[in-house]
Design a protein around this ligand. Structure first.
Ligand code: KIV
Length: 267
């Protein structure tokens, strides 16, 4: 096994110009496959709400659900850094609550870091969590927990004022002590500017090729989720078709009596 990925290692990767590969995971089997394939960071995203639970947004995902998913991902992970998303309402109400909830991801979930959405408004929260010894990944730009404020999943930072706000958010995340920051749904030149100004790695999703790393939702890139496919998603496989084909063959063989055959039976 290659060496365990740690937070300092992720920070060093930016300085060394080595790109960081991140995918989401929500369970043991996926975590094992992604970890064995050499992924740097496994993110237990609150996108679990969309691709696993079938919810319309990430807002209904609870703290208990996120801790459960983190725990079962942790069992399948050996090498990758494990980051858990703090869900809506688990860090916005008070800094004290945020500290306790962040701690639960490490003590009960086996995570090594947590991710929070927002910039300037969560800077003090990031700082307080980091002071507890918990590494924090920030997330700015199109932050899905603020979907109702944006009025939909729209690219952010197109106008001058919005660009400046996102830059301020990214700087606030870094000043708060985060070790990295996700840049979601922003123009590639803005992501490039942020990546140049920050000393911590930027992890892009729908933010172009200039970020220090890239993250995708695993169900999107494997072709398992097609309720909607954003422009930035590259589908590396069509597992939905492969699965549907296998299931159809199983149904046929059960119905025509060719499964189970002698090879799959006990004597
Ligand atoms: O919830 C999630 O999966 C995320 C990533 C897409 C960054 O936040």
């Amino acid at each position: 096994m290659a060496e365990k990925v740690t937070v300092p290692e992720i920070v060093k990767m930016k300085r060394a110009g080595r790109k960081i590969a991140v995918l989401t995971a929500y369970d043991y089997s996926f975590a094992r496959i992604l970890d064995d394939a050499g992924i740097d960071i496994l993110l237990v995203g609150d996108s679990v709400g969309s691709v696993v639970q079938g919810q319309e947004s990430t807002l209904p995902v609870t703290l208990e659900e996120m801790i459960y998913h983190t725990r079962i991902v942790a069992r399948g992970r050996k090498r990758a850094l494990l980051v858990a998303d703090m869900p809506f309402l688990s860090y916005q109400v008070s800094v004290e609550e945020a500290k306790r909830n962040a701690g639960r991801f490490l003590s009960e979930g086996g995570a090594e870091a947590v991710k929070v959405e927002g910039g300037v408004p969560v800077q003090k929260t990031i700082q307080a969590i980091v002071e507890m010894g918990i590494p924090v990944m920030g997330h700015v730009g199109l932050t899905p927990q603020s979907i109702h404020r944006f009025g939909g999943y729209k690219v952010q930072g197109k106008e001058k004022e919005a660009r400046e706000k996102i830059m301020r958010d990214a700087l606030a995340v870094e000043e708060g002590g985060a070790f990295s920051v996700v840049l979601e749904g922003i123009p590639l030149d803005l992501a490039q500017e942020i990546t140049r100004r920050l000393s911590i790695p930027t992890i892009g999703i729908g933010a172009g090729m200039h970020c220090d790393g890239q993250v995708l939702v695993v169900h999107d890139m494997l072709g398992l989720f097609d309720a909607y496919t954003p422009k930035f998603v590259k589908q590396y496989a069509d597992l939905k078709s492969i699965m549907a084909d296998a299931v159809k063959r199983f149904i046929t063989e059960v119905r025509d009596g060719s499964f189970p055959d002698d090879e799959h039976s006990f004597h």
